[in-house]
Structures are given as structure tokens and as C-alpha cells.
Design a binder for this molecule. Structure first.
Ligand code: C2E
Ligand code: CA
Length: 658
């Protein structure tokens, strides 16, 4: 029952709470109960009134009988004394009706045997009294006053009269008392009835008012809840700005409008610069405060009609439904960038957060909400790459890039199954003897339509989509198999294998490495994993890499010197090689600064017992410098460019033979 009510409530049907229903039922019961009591009490009051009326009638009738008899008697006396006939009027009028009145009294009295006897007795007495009066009148008329007075003096008439008086007074007194009692009772019951009816009215009113109030209140509450749910579904709870779902709705509607009137629209994609460090350094609550402040500034800087939303962690978007050209979105974008120049105070700290903005125009850069957002997103990345805190417009080259990326993303899985991912190998030579000691496996995608793709074209996509999680282990296995095959041809070299940053924190990495070593027969010291600084920064990476190092597998810190790798981590991780960033080699030998830097780095790493590889050596001069400065290994197009497995093995055979 409760569950059914709850589900009805969920679909918006107004169902009051259980407590309200019980209270309502109790009130209704009270109303009905009071109604019955009022009717019953009213009946009792009516009965008392009826009894009162009957008692009053009895008293009145008794009075009228007595009065009638007194009048006749007074008339009799008047006639006896004066002999005037007009005294006999009451007699003529009452002599017959007295008996009728006594009978009426009999009908009014309760029909009991004693009352019947009483009435019969009274009728007899009255008849005798009338007869006595008759007689005296006749005697007066025929024989005169004295004869009539003698009859009256016998006192028989007076005795009859006294008897009748006594009977009637008895009845009168009894029913007078009854009348008084019934009068009081009737009044009390009527008052009681009034009180009950008033109570009934009040309770009824309270019940109706309560039901009305409950209904209105529940209705309002339900409306409020529905409004709140709709608001929450469409708005970001932190900043109260519309969320991505709402933004997509606007965009869909707005673009349909623009298409109808052949108009132009624009989408801005906003990404905060420098927000992550705020979150990391000051905590999430400060981060939230910054986001709220940013949202406020964006809101105040946008114009009526610009639709601004928070579509991700530190990502916002603005839809401008009608623009005439690029200057409209550019003007708004610059206002938004300006709004972020002032510092923000969050949890007592002053922080500087900027915004990079990408703009895309409808219909030029995209015709659907998704394509427009993707275009603006791409443009935003360009703004970031160019230093951030600026606006970049989407251009057609970017569109091509998006299309290409989308296409590549869609065919990654198929490519893995079709073995389209292959390695090119680039030898690494001992700097002293210039003999090959290792090969670096460099990934290529042999795409059926686009030709041979280098990692920069597809690796970021594979990493972003998480596909590398699947592909990485397969690749290491393939490279290991290649090494085993070359060993069977007499070429025993170390394999240098590049790891994607996230692979460094993959708990499976240890077992993948073990299985590659076992299946390929490579000794651990003949496998070298090349990792980047961002790989080192991944969660758990240091623990996992230390385990791998303890297996005897080599670790090379790739692109060394280009970032901000602390030297301490070299020791902690037991890194055994570093590969000097190509940018230092490129400046050689002209840049004395680069020479000094390379010399310093080499000296330092050697002191830590770490070997140095100079990568990207392209010229004789560079070769001379890196070898003079004591680099242990050299690699680069000067010695050998990366080539297919076949080209590489042929080269290695040639070198071996030489
Ligand atoms: P990296 O590890 O720094 O690799 C060296 C890059 O420099 C390679 O580019 C190589 O072809 C290029 N190179 C070698 N010698 C010279 C030279 O003398 N001059 C110039 N200009 N370039 C030279 P490539 O093959 O395009 O690889 C780019 C990056 O892709 C690699 O940088 C590496 O980080 C990544 N990568 C390659 N293969 C894999 C892989 O199997 N897995 C992962 N996760 N990353 C890979
Ligand atoms: Ca490398």
C-alpha cells in the first residue's frame, strides 16, 4: 500500500502523507459522530418540548374547567340574588362545554386506569354540580329567592365544587411541576444541541480548511519539488549555471532557429588556465569557491541572450545564438578573458586563474551541436598550446584534423586485429666503439588508406580513449618476439621499449613484462623501458617501476632535461639510464650554453652511476661533442634512422659483417 502510494507520488500524483490521512479520517469521524450526537440531542430536546406543551395544555385545560365552573357558580349566585337573567349567560355557555373540556383533559392525560377513573369521577362531579345549579335556578325561577337560597345553604353544591377544585388542582399542580421540569429540560437540551451543532460546525470547518490547506500545501510542495528536480537536472549544483545537458538543448534549438533564418551563431569553449594547481594545492573546497567566482564573473561579463553553461570540471561554454561575424564572439571572449585578470581570493589565498577560449562558427565550422562543440574544443586546445589566456578561432585545418582523428579513433580496434601496428627500429650505438648495443622500438601504424602514420598522429588518440591499455601489452609482446627472431639470426641486442605515461601506473605492467621476458627469452638486462617524466608522476608509478627495476629490467628516463625531473627521483627509482632531450643535442655545437648543460648533466648522472644516451644526433659535429662529453650511448639519424624490422636487421647484418 505504502509502496503503491510512494510510486504514485513519484509520478506526480498528489497523495497526502500517512499521518495526514489518519488525521483527516479522525476529523471526518469526529464530524460524523458530532452530527449524530447533534441529531440525537435535538430529538431529545424536541421530545422534552412536546412533553412541555402537553403539560401546559393539561394545566390550561384544568384551569379552564375550574374557571368555567367558577363562572357558572358566580352567575348562579348573581341570578339567585338579583333574578336577572343575564347572570345566567356563563351557565348557558359553559354547562355543556364543561363536560367536553373534561373529556379533552382525559385525552391529554396519559391513558392509565387511574386517569380514566379520575376523569370519570370528574365528569360525574361536574354533572352533579351542573345539576345542582340547574335545580337552584329552576327553584329561583319558580319559587323565588328564599327557596333557592335554602338549597344553596345545604352546601351540597359547594362540596361538589370543592371536590372538583381539589381534583383539578391536583392535576394542575402535578402538570405544572412537570411543565416546569420539562421547560428546564427542553431549554437545557436545546442549549446542548446548539453547543453540539456549533462544535460540529467548527470541527467540520476545521476539517475542510485542513483538507484544503493540506491539498494546497501538498500541491505547492509537489510543484516546488518538481521545479527543483527540473532545475537540478538542468543546472550545475555548484555554480547554478546550466549544465551540459541543458546547453545541448539550447544549442540544438538555437541552431535549428539559425538554420531556418539562414543566420550565423557561435560557440565558445572555455577552459580555465591554472585551475588544477589551485585544486591540488588549496583543496577542493577552495577549488569550488574559485569555480563559483569564475561562474559569476562569466555571467556578469556576458550579454543578455548569450547562453553560458558549465559543461565539465573547469570547462564552460557559451552559445551566442545570433552573430554577424567573428567580431561578435571575439568581443565577448575578450571580455571573459579580461574578467579573469583580477585575482580571486579563495579560503584566504589569492589565486590567479585565467581562461583559454576556443571559438567555432555556425555553419562554417560545424552544423550540429556536437561538431560545433568539438570544433570550439579543438580551437581552445590551440589557444592553450599558444600559451593560454587567449582566444583562438577554429579553422579548416582543425576541421580536417578532427575528421581525421575521429576516423582514426573509430578504426583502432580493427587495426590491432589486422596487425596494422608495426615497429620501426632504430639502433643505439656504444659511444666509444660505435657498435650497436640496442634497438629502440618505435611504433608505426600501417594504415590501409592513410599510409604509414607516426606516433604523434595516433598515439594521443589511443591514449585518450584508453585503447593503449589494450594495445600496450600486445605491442611489448610483438617487440619481444621480434628480438627473439633476431637472436635466432645471431643478432643479440637490448630492446628499448617506450611506455605511455599511464602504463607506468598499470598494476598489470609487472606481469606483462614477466610474460614478455619468458616468451621471448630476453634476459631482463636486455630489456629497457623508456619512461617519461609524466609517467613518473602517475599514482603508484614509482612502486611499480621499482619492482620492475628489481627484476633487473633497465629503466631509461626519456627526454631527460626537458622537463623538471628532480635528480632525487633518479636514485629513488634506481633509473639506470637517461636519454638526453633532443632539444639539447639540436643546439650543438653552436650553443655553448647547451654544451655546458650537456656536460653538467652527463657529469652529474655519471656520478649517480647512471648511463647517458644522446638521442637525435644528426650531424658529425654533434657526434663529436656528445662523445667528447662522455655520453655512453648515441642514437640518431646520423648513425641510422628508424626503419622497418627487415631494413633494420639488414643494416645490423651489414654492420656486423663490416
Ligand atoms: P621518443 O621516445 O623521444 O623517440 C624518439 C623520436 O625521435 C622518434 O620519433 C624517432 O623517430 C625520432 N628520431 C630519432 N632519431 C632522430 C634524429 O636524429 N632526428 C630527429 N629529428 N628525430 C629522430 P617517433 O618514431 O615519431 O616517435 C615519437 C614518440 O612516440 C617517441 O619519442 C615516443 O615517445 C613515442 N613512441 C614511439 N613508439 C612508441 C611505443 O611503442 N609506445 C609508446 N608508448 N610510445 C611510443
Ligand atoms: Ca624513446
Amino acid at each position: 500500500m505504502m509502496a503503491a502510494m510512494a510510486s504514485l507520488r513519484r509520478v506526480g500524483v498528489l497523495i497526502p502523507k500517512a499521518g495526514t490521512i489518519v488525521l483527516g479520517l479522525l476529523l471526518i469521524l469526529l464530524v460524523v459522530g458530532l452530527g449524530f450526537v447533534a441529531i440525537w440531542q435535538d430529538g431529545r430536546a424536541l421530545a422534552a418540548q412536546q412533553r412541555l406543551r402537553r403539560a401546559s395544555s393539561i394545566v390550561q385545560t384544568a384551569d379552564s374547567i375550574l374557571l368555567g365552573l367558577e363562572n357558572i357558580q358566580t352567575g348562579q349566585r348573581g341570578y339567585l340574588i338579583t333574578g336577572q337573567l343575564n347572570y345566567l349567560e356563563p351557565y348557558h355557555r359553559g354547562s355543556v362545554s364543561i363536560d367536553q373540556r373534561i373529556q379533552r383533559l382525559g385525552r391529554l392525560l396519559p391513558a392509565t386506569p387511574s386517569n380514566t377513573r379520575l376523569i370519570t369521577n370528574m365528569r360525574t362531579l361536574a354533572a352533579e354540580k351542573i345539576a345542582e345549579i340547574d335545580q337552584t335556578i329552576r327553584v329561583r325561577t319558580n319559587r323565588g329567592f328564599t327557596a333557592a337560597a335554602n338549597i344553596v345553604r345545604t352546601n351540597v353544591g359547594e362540596q361538589l365544587m370543592n371536590l372538583l377544585r381539589a381534583e383539578l388542582s391536583g392535576i394542575r399542580n402535578q402538570y405544572n411541576r412537570t411543565a416546569i421540569y420539562e421547560h428546564v429540560l427542553a431549554r437545557r437540551r436545546t442549549r446542548m444541541t446548539k453547543i453540539i451543532v456549533s462544535g460540529f460546525g467548527v470541527v467540520l470547518l476545521v476539517t475542510l480548511a485542513g483538507m484544503y490547506w493540506r491539498f494546497v500545501h501538498d500541491f505547492r510542495r509537489n510543484t516546488e519539488i518538481t521545479d527543483r528536480l527540473t532545475h537540478n537536472a538542468n543546472n550545475d549544483p555548484l555554480t547554478d549555471l546550466p549544465n551540459r545537458a541543458m546547453f545541448m538543448n539550447w544549442l540544438t534549438y538555437g541552431l535549428a532557429q539559425a538554420e531556418r533564418i539562414n543566420g550565423k551563431s557561435a560557440v565558445l569553449f572555455l577552459d580555465l588556465d591554472g585551475f588544477k594547481p589551485v585544486n591540488d594545492r588549496l583543496g577542493h573546497s577552495a577549488g569550488d569557491r574559485v569555480l563559483c567566482e569564475v561562474a559569476q564573473r562569466f555571467k556578469h561579463s556576458s550579454r543578455t541572450g548569450d547562453m553560458i553553461a558549465r559543461i565539465g570540471g573547469d570547462e564552460f561554454a557559451v552559445f551566442i545564438p545570433t552573430v554577424s561575424n567573428e567580431s561578435d564572439p571575439a568581443e565577448l571572449a575578450h571580455r571573459l578573458i579580461e574578467a579573469m585578470r583580477q585575482p580571486i581570493v579563495a579560503d584566504g589565498s589569492v589565486v590567479y586563474v585565467g581562461v583559454s577560449i576556443g571559438a567555432a562558427m555556425y555553419p562554417r565550422n560545424g552544423k550540429t551541436p556536437e561538431s560545433l562543440i568539438a570544433a570550439a574544443d579543438q580551437a581552445m586546445y590551440r589557444a592553450k598550446r599558444e600559451g593560454g589566456r587567449k582566444l583562438a578561432f577554429h579553422n579548416s585545418a582543425l576541421t580536417d584534423q578532427i575528421t581525421r582523428e575521429t576516423r582514426l579513433r573509430g578504426s583502432l580496434q580493427k587495426a590491432m586485429q589486422a596487425r596494422e601496428f608495426v615497429f620501426h627500429y632504430q639502433p643505439m650505438l656504444d659511444a666509444q666503439s660505435l657498435k650497436p648495443v640496442a634497438v629502440e622500438a618505435l611504433l608505426r601504424w600501417r594504415h590501409p588508406d592513410l599510409g604509414l602514420l607516426v606516433p604523434a598522429e595516433f598515439l594521443p588518440i589511443a591514449e585518450r580513449t584508453g585503447f593503449m591499455r589494450k594495445l600496450g601489452p600486445v605491442l611489448m609482446q610483438n617487440a619481444g618476439e621480434q628480438m627473439a627472431a633476431w637472436r635466432r639470426q645471431g643478432i643479440r641486442l637490448r630492446l628499448a621499449f617506450n611506455l605511455s605515461p599511464f602504463q607506468c601506473s598499470d598494476q598489470n605492467l609487472i606481469s606483462v613484462v614477466e610474460s614478455v621476458l619468458i616468451s621471448s627469452g630476453l634476459e631482463p638486462q636486455n630489456l629497457d623501458l623508456e619512461i617519461t617524466e609524466s609517467g613518473l608522476l602517475q599514482n603508484d608509478a614509482q612502486e611499480i617501476l621499482r619492482n620492475i627495476r628489481q627484476m633487473g629490467v633497465g629503466l631509461t628516463l626519456d627526454d631527460f632535461g626537458g622537463g623538471k625531473s628532480g635528480l632525487a627521483c633518479l636514485r629513488r627509482l634506481m633509473i639506470n639510464r637517461v636519454k638526453i632531450d633532443r632539444q639539447f643535442i639540436g643546439g650543438l655545437p653552436k650553443s655553448q650554453q647547451d654544451i655546458d648543460l650537456l656536460a653538467g648533466l652527463t657529469d652529474l648522472t655519471h656520478r649517480l652511476g647512471i648511463q647517458v644516451t644522446a638521442g637525435g644526433v644528426e650531424t658529425r659535429d654533434q657526434d663529436v661533442v656528445v662523445r667528447r662529453l662522455g655520453c655512453d650511448l648515441v642514437q640518431g639519424n646520423l648513425y641510422a634512422s628508424p626503419g622497418s624490422a627487415d631494413d633494420c636487421i639488414n643494416l645490423l647484418h651489414r654492420w656486423k659483417a663490416a
